[in-house]
Design a protein around this ligand. Sequence first.
Ligand code: DUT
Ligand code: MG
Length: 578
Amino acid sequence: MTLRALVPYFRRHPAKLVSGIGSIALAAAIGLVAPLLVGNAVDALRDAASAERLLRYGVLLVGVVALQGLFTFAQRWILVGLSRDIEFELRNDYFEHLERLPLSFYQESTTGDLMARGTNDLQAVRMLCGPAIMYGSNTLFTATGALFFMARIEGRLTLLALATMPLVAVATQVFGSKIHVLFERVQEQFSTLSTRVQENLAGVRVVRAYAREESEQATFRTANDEYVERNRHLIRWTAAFHPMLQGLVGVGFVAVLWYGGLQVTRGVITVGEFVSFNFFLSKLVWPMIAIGWVINLVQRGSASLARILKVLETEPAVRDQGTLAALPEIRGRVVFRDMEFAWEEATPVLRGIDLEVPAGATVALVGRTGAGKSTLLSLIPRLVEPPRDRLFIDGVDVRSLPLAQLRATIAAVPQETFLFSTTLGANIALGRPDATETEIEAVARAAGLEQELEELPDGLATRIGERGITLSGGQKQRVALARALLRRPRILLLDDCLSAVDTATEERILGHLRREFEGRTVFLVSHRVSAVRGADQIVVLDRGRIVERGRHDELLAAGGAYSELARLQRLEEELEAV
Ligand code: DUT
Ligand code: MG
């Protein structure tokens, strides 16, 4: 059962759970004293009413209520606190897991949906851990106690009072499940809504550029309408639910008034007992309503928990497995042997790739868009899992290397850079938070950011991204490059990392980089011949196969795809020069 997943979380807080439920029991028990007191007071009025006696009852009653209040406070404080603790831990676990999920998972799920699970669903689980337990146990204790005393006063009257109970249970069940279904639909629509907002925020430039504001607004309004509509539907049912319960309870009261009054006139019970009885009955009203509410909370909570668990139970695709062979030192020789890879079955993206890159060498990958260059690079740090015995570093299958060692050896600049909304310096130091200012500045210069360092208002301390300065595409790329250089990796993967920089700047940066490349194995993807001409080996990929390889001059002489590319680019440059 889904709810079992919460057991380990509760196990961590035994003291809170026990003292919380203990407080509920005490509060309920003390609460039951009040009706007895009032009953006695009423009977005392008839026997021998004296102001002093009444005052004594009054003071006692106040004391009882105050004590009950104290324990009610304690139960709330402890159990709501406990639910917050569990929420905190669950949220951490959820986030931690999101960090380890395979890339494919993110292609299948929308951000809005993942956000909804981490917010709304988590909230529903918290309600299950706190209020549901609190009101559930309160109901249990109060109802048991009240029924016990009621039965002692008058058995038949108690049965009469309880006659409406099965109806309440049935109604709760019917309404509860209907409400549950409607709530699911509301949650679903909320996900859709948040996805739209999230995409519009992230894609704000595209929306503006294509003048899609109005149509996006219209789509959003429709989705928002639908959300409200679904909520209305839900409200209709929840709104009808409580009055109906109260109505049923009211019928019980009328019956008790009639039959109980009769019993008083017959002298079977005293007026005081009758007053007590009614007081106890009124104490049952809230628990009866609470039953319905708690059922709802449990249903919602477990549905939400199931959604969260679905994420938590998704296996992190890439992780250490089998026997590992940590190397004392990685030198950086990378070998692909007959590599086959497909993102989706039946559509191979890499086919029969044989490639040897000696430690310290630079290999350049060129080829048409979609040829598989980025895919090839993503296999090396195991961002996606390569097949076994196809990819080796220093002669060891990458799948046998501990992930931590493998990734510490490699720094990659992905084709699409991503910067966090923090300072420029912190973005560069992402992979080495302990780096000194001087080190960060050195790599920033090596990555061609010298001018930016001068011109940005606070240099490395300038905030970028949201609530900060927006960098240009080429600037972002250079920040990402600096970030990779700072890690001083043995293997450096540069995926078209200067594509947004003009050719002259690229030349200049590559000049700096030659020094950085020394002693490192470098994979350099580029569409520009000027960027790759200096590489030890140039590999031309086409539809997942290596179609040509060699040094710049050899490939030019061979007169194949590479020399054609070079010819076209020369032509372009000449045209530009005109
Ligand atoms: N592909 C996927 N899923 C991914 C990434 C890529 O199915 O997560 C497909 C798209 C394409 C093929 O793999 O058909 C190769 O893509 P890749 O990104 O490796 O191509 P590229 O050589 O890097 O192209 P570009 O020069 O446009 O970056
Ligand atoms: Mg690519």
